[in-house]
Design a protein around this ligand. Structure first.
Ligand code: NAP
Ligand code: MG
Length: 492
């Protein structure tokens, strides 16, 4: 065995397979169907999980409800100390967690170290700081006291693409706010979640504050959502499932925060450095084989530069080295599943059949794994499905614009509004583009992800409701109470 294979085996050995973490206890229900977890690069079974049933779900919510009064009454300094301890555990065991996440999702290990370990560690620390900095209680100009209180029991449902980050982006603000939580990770990537639950146990987060149930979305997920036992549901995933969860929550008038998909534009103006803009867009689009909700998947360049952009982008795409994501030389791993691979190939083949120019985008010639060569597409109508719909794979589409107003029109011309990138050498024009684009984040001239990770993240339009990270992320987990009249509060 190579050392990376040994590391992967050690990481999976550390996971409690077929178990649920409820009320501070590991439960291993007997006699259940075991759902296999595959390594998408090798197609080997690396573990399995159980589908949590009605009684497990009731137990998880009961544990969270029971733990709520004591947890929410703890001083903020004590709650956030647990987040810092969990961050320390992630720092110490982040390499193992990154290897595990790579084994499940196929993300190259170097990317995993950043996104599955260093980023969640930073999110825990920065969320703890946001909670320490928050005005939990203050008097307004009317003499009323304004109190911030936890919403209550949270249901968190997460997808597979950045699995550890997405769990922590819910767990950290929920706990900092004084809420307790029941988490359900994606069926494709549950092992890192079981590892994370073990870290919560290791740092002695009180029993019932964090609960983890596994299972399929259509069974366990649906039962969780239909439960009457939560006060807030925080969902990250597809538009279709998000709409459904939002409707259920709306019917019950419980709060829903939804982080849904994207079809983000990268807008390049005539005075920008085309080579740098295109190469950076390719890199950002193809992170995690394009399975990234804020990937810039529509490169919008001056019409007269479209052919040059196609040339640069195709050359950059051809440089990717597909292979075992645990190997250092690999720059693109497989897609998460055969279903995802086939969906991506259908989109690319469809565009080809409709007369688009396509570089790459074929099923990769490899003995195992769900690999697709990165694709760059142009000569395609603005209404084409590859331009309008989220593909969630390594597919970049290049469109031409006729100047500033047209660039803004095209950038805004999808149902989504999660994020946008723009490239311009003119500050006045940059300001007009920033204000003209309807998206939750706008990145100017290739700026990297902010550190600490506190910039609000979330979508305009069909990309979602609410924000994650930093002070805005924390706010989603808080209620506001106004006390009118004499009140012996701390701010009094
Ligand atoms: P998904 O099918 O919506 O699944 C997300 C989560 O919901 C999974 O845990 C899934 O379980 C569960 N689920 C599915 N059906 C459910 C139901 N009826 N009730 C309750 N839970 C249910 O999305 P995905 O295929 O895992 O992930 C890809 C999508 O997520 C993409 O569209 C992407 O844009 C979006 N995404 C958005 C963001 C963001 O922050 N905006 C981030 C990442 C991904 P199973 O895994 O068992 O199906
Ligand atoms: Mg799904």
């Amino acid at each position: 065995m190579t050392t990376t294979m040994q590391a992967a085996a050690a990481a999976t050995d550390a996971v409690r397979m077929n178990s649920l973490y409820i009320g501070g206890q590991w439960l291993t229900p007997a006699g259940r169907e075991l759902i296999p977890v595959l390594n998408p690069a090798t197609e080997e079974v690396i573990g399995s999980i159980v589908d949590a049933d009605d009684s497990d779900i009731a137990a998880a919510f009961a544990a969270a409800r029971q733990a709520l009064p004591e947890w929410s009454a703890l001083p903020v300094s004590e709650r956030t100390a647990y987040l810092d301890a969990l961050a320390d555990a992630l720092r110490d065991q982040g390499q193992q967690l990154a290897v595990l996440a790579t084994s499940e999702i196929g993300m190259p290990l170097a990317e995993s170290r950043g996104v599955q370990a260093a980023l969640p560690e930073a999110v825990l620390r920065s969320t703890a700081q946001a909670a320490r900095d928050l005005d939990w209680e203050y008097q307004d100009e009317s003499g009323s006291t304004v109190l911030r209180e936890p919403v209550g029991v949270v249901l968190g449902i997460t997808p597979w693409n950045f699995p550890v980050h997405q769990l922590v982006a819910k767990l950290a603000p929920a706990l900092a706010a004084g809420c307790t939580i029941v988490l359900k990770p994606a069926e494709l990537t549950p092992l890192n979640a079981l590892f994370l639950a073990a870290l919560c146990d290791q740092v002695a987060i009180p029993a019932g504050v964090v609960n983890l149930v596994t299972g399929r979305g259509s069974t366990t997920g649906e039962k969780l959502v239909q439960s009457q036992a939560y006060d807030l549901v925080s969902f990250t995933g597809s538009l279709a499932v998000g709409r459904h969860i939002g409707a259920v929550a709306g019917d019950r008038v419980v709060r829903a925060t939804l982080e849904l998909g994207g079809k983000s534009p990268a807008v390049v103006m005539a005075d920008a450095d085309l080579e740098a803009a295109v190469r950076t867009t390719v890199r950002n689009c193809f992170t995690n084989a394009g399975q990234k909700c804020n990937a810039p998947t529509r490169l919008i360049v001056p019409a007269e530069q479209r052919a040059a952009a196609m040339q640069i982008a195709s050359a950059a795409a051809a440089e990717y080295r597909l292979g075992d994501p645990l190997q250092a030389q690999t720059t693109m791993g497989p897609l998460a599943s055969d279903v995802q691979r086939d969906k991506v190939l259908r989109y690319v083949d469809g565009a080809r059949e409709r007369g688009a120019t396509v570089a790459g985008g074929r099923r990769a010639d490899r003995p195992t794994g769900f690999f697709v060569e990165p694709a760059v597409i142009t000569d395609v109508a603005e209404t084409d499905p590859v331009v309008q719909e989220e593909i969630f794979g390594p597919v970049l589409v290049i469109l031409g614009h006729q100047g500033e107003a047209d660039a803004i029109r095209i950038a805004n011309d999808t149902p989504y509004g999660l994020s946008a990138e723009l490239w311009s050498a003119d500050p006045a024009q940059t300001a007009r583009l920033v204000r003209g684009i309807r998206a939750g984040q706008v990145r100017v001239n290739g700026v990297r992800s902010p550190h600490p990770p506190v910039a609000p993240f979330g979508g305009y339009k069909a990309s979602g409701l609410g924000r994650e990270l930093g002070a805005f992320g924390l706010e989603e987990y808080l209620e506001v109470k106004a006390v009118l009249g004499t009140f012996e509060g701390e701010a009094g």
